[in-house]
Design a protein around this ligand. Structure first.
Ligand code: 5GP
Length: 276
């Protein structure tokens, strides 16, 4: 890897305005983000965080101004914190604007990998457990990422490997280990900011240049279940999913726990262009 050349390629994109970045060709539009290709750099993609909120396979929907910028800033903080541990490889390169991040281009592995530190959410519903029931150690659940099929869980490790042919057995082992380890690192990072990580969802991809399995997507209140470690105040998307409270107040609280400058984050969006 020629790092001088790499840094020049990143600097060229860092010099671009939000308007220019939002003009890049759309590769994929998801529920919370748009993925754009970098016209002159096939190794990179740009992720654009939207103000949309969805739950229950997008049956419930809302738009909240500033949500994209908050989630982008929070995910940048978490990805940079993970990078500092030197343990978990990620696709994240840097934040480019209040709502854009630069990522390495990866082939997405269509799995949702959930790690649970205690019983919450759909786990309680499935097994009739009280929320907060402790686990002896974190539990990993892997399912197919497919909204139409409601992200079905695998009941047997061999199914995705042998029948769906999504990945090799070695890659599956790497994903399990990375998810376990990233959950451990993130639990520590959140705790340093007086936040308890109850559970979260990871996604993984295969780097096009090296084939390495890396953590992709985002880490924030949309993908993690988080509470204030002392007061128990909810800081995640459950406020929206289950009408428990003001979702934006929770995300602002989360950003403040992480010592992010919320005023600056929200001021940045005044100059955001409307989506292309
Ligand atoms: P549950 O299965 O209890 O609903 O979710 C477990 C954890 O995974 C929660 O932290 C939740 O935010 C996350 N999660 C599960 N499925 C999805 C999904 O489709 N999208 C997002 N953003 N997070 C999910």
């Amino acid at each position: 890897m020629d790092w001088d050349q790499f840094n020049q390629r990143v600097a060229r994109l860092q010099a671009m305005s939000s308007t220019e970045l939002s003009g890049f060709p759309l590769m994929h539009e998801g529920k919370a983000k748009r993925v754009r290709e970098c016209p002159e750099d096939r190794d990179f993609i740009v992720m654009e965080f939207k103000d949309s909120l969805t739950a229950f396979d997008a049956i419930k929907k809302a738009e909240r101004s500033g949500k994209g910028a908050l989630n982008c800033a929070i995910s940048t903080f978490m990805m940079e914190s993970l990078r500092a541990t030197n343990i978990i490889p990620t696709a994240f390169i840097c934040q480019l604007s209040p709502t854009h991040q630069l990522m390495r281009r990866c082939k997405v592995v269509p799995l949702e990998v959930i790690v649970r530190n205690e019983a919450q959410g759909s786990f309680c519903k499935r097994y009739g457990l009280e929320p907060g029931t402790p686990f002896p150690s974190p539990l990993t659940e892997i399912g197919l990422k497919n909204d139409a099929l409601h992200d079905p869980f695998f009941t047997n490790d061999d199914i995705p490997i042998d029948i769906l042919q999504l990945l090799t057995e070695a890659e599956m082992r790497i994903i399990r280990e990375l998810a376990r380890s990233a959950n451990h690192q993130l639990t520590e990072i959140f705790l340093q900011h007086r936040i308890r990580l109850l559970d979260l969802k990871f996604e993984f991809g295969r780097r096009y240049d090296t084939g390495q399995i890396v953590l992709i997507d985002e880490i924030n209140g949309d993908t993690c279940r988080l509470v204030d470690a002392i007061t128990g105040e909810k800081l995640d998307k459950d406020n929206f999913r289950f009408d428990l409270g003001d979702v934006m107040a929770g995300y602002v609280g989360l950003a403040r726990h992480l010592l992010l400058d919320v005023d600056a984050i929200l001021k940045g969006i005044d100059t955001q262009p409307s989506p292309a």
